[in-house]
Write a protein that binds this ligand. Structure first.
Ligand SMILES: Nc1nc2c(ncn2[C@@H]2O[C@H](COP(=O)(O)OP(=O)(O)OP(=O)(O)O)[C@@H](O)[C@H]2O)c(=O)[nH]1
Ligand SMILES: [Mg+2]
Length: 330
């Protein structure tokens, strides 16, 4: 390992913010030489003494995620925690507007020396986003952040991705008119451990409460997770803007976290996540490796034209390529 990587690892572990930012830039890089360095860096990091709490947070645009993170983050920092906020946005829809919004909405938190906020880089591949975020979690934990928030905009597959790398998944919702469940997909509801109906303030307060009751009813119909304490998944109301209900929401999250930690469920979940991560890395690296074999490249270019012209079906052509490189696959 090179000296510079060893020094960078030590600086990250010491809690140096510039080193942390630099380390995250390194793991985000798609250059092959940087990947090798990133792997050495990750290997050189010390394990945190106590596991940090990894929280996933999702909610549709405008529901109040940034406002919530700002309020919660400041509350936690005041209580002596070190908080990291990472964003997952595979669609890279987070254009100028949102980043600008985040800068103003998380203004105080982003100025706190006890907080570290890293927006999502523009990335196209879901796999790349997953790797980058998991590795960034490792880095911020090594830097002493004991609470890691992973935020995602409620679109498509990103919730699954975030739920698969966190200990507890929180879904932020808006007060709904009528008894509609806001078209929240069942799969997303099933992933949620804590549902928080935000904006329970002013004129919206009664609506937020009835929305909470509707969701609580829907949650009651779903199969509880056997290891979780009674009452979970839970639904609460809060106002990220006024702070009302914020500490109760945090208590709801912490009660579950404590229960999962003492029952061993949290450690078991992480072990399973490590297994999934390893399998995904294996598949990804295997693909990269095989696709870059010279024999593979030439076999592909030999056959591609006949697929394009319609002379060969794609499936048969793919099999032919693989057999020509690796022999009969049976
Ligand atoms: N009344 C009320 N408004 C809120 C509350 N929380 C957030 N808002 C407002 O809702 C709007 C959106 O808030 P954001 O925190 O930017 O929402 P977001 O989920 O981060 O939005 P995106 O980043 O675009 O996905 C802003 O105008 C906030 O001021 C709340 O608790 N009560
Ligand atoms: Mg936001």
């Amino acid at each position: 390992m090179s000296d510079t990587i060893e020094i960078l690892a030590a600086q990250v572990a010491f809690g140096n913010r510039r080193a942390l930012a630099k380390a995250i830039t390194l793991i985000e890089s798609r250059r092959a030489a940087d990947r090798t360095k990133a792997e050495s860096l990750l290997a050189a990091l010390p394990k945190p003494e106590t596991p940090a709490l990894r929280l996933g947070l999702s909610g549709t645009p405008g529901v109040g995620k940034s406002t919530f993170i700002e309020a919660l983050g400041l509350m936690l920092v005041e209580a002596g925690h070190k908080v990291a906020v990472l964003a997952v946005d595979p669609s890279s829809a987070r254009s100028g507007g949102s980043i600008l919004g985040d800068k103003t909405r998380m203004e105080q938190l982003s100025r706190s020396p006890q907080a570290f906020i890293r927006p999502s880089p523009a990335q196209t591949q879901l796999g790349g986003v997953a790797r980058r975020t998991r590795e960034a979690i490792r880095l911020v934990e090594a830097a002493g952040h004991d609470i890691v928030l992973v935020e995602t905009v409620g679109v498509g597959q990103s919730e699954t991705l975030v739920a698969e790398m966190t200990d507890i998944f929180v879904l932020l919702l808006a007060p709904a008119a009528g008894d509609e469940l806001q078209g929240v997909k069942r799969g997303i509801m099933e992933m949620a451990d804590v549902l928080l109906v935000n904006k329970a303030d002013g004129a919206l307060k009664p609506q937020a409460e009835s929305t909470r009751a509707d969701y609580a009813g829907a949650l009651g119909l779903m199969r509880p997770r056997p290891d979780d304490p009674k009452g979970y998944p839970a639904a609460r109301t809060l106002s990220a803007q006024t702070g009302e209900g914020l500490s109760e929401a945090w208590d709801t999250i912490m009660t579950l976290a404590t229960a999962r930690l003492s029952s061993g469920a949290l450690i078991a979940r992480r072990a399973e996540q490590n297994r999934t991560w390893f399998r995904e890395e294996l598949t990804g690296q295997f693909l990269d490796h095989v696709q870059n074999l010279p024999a593979m490249k030439s076999a592909i270019s030999d056959i591609e034209a006949s697929v394009v012209s319609g002379a060969l079906p794609p499936s048969a052509a793919a099999r032919k390529v693989i057999e020509s490189v690796f022999g009969e696959t049976g």
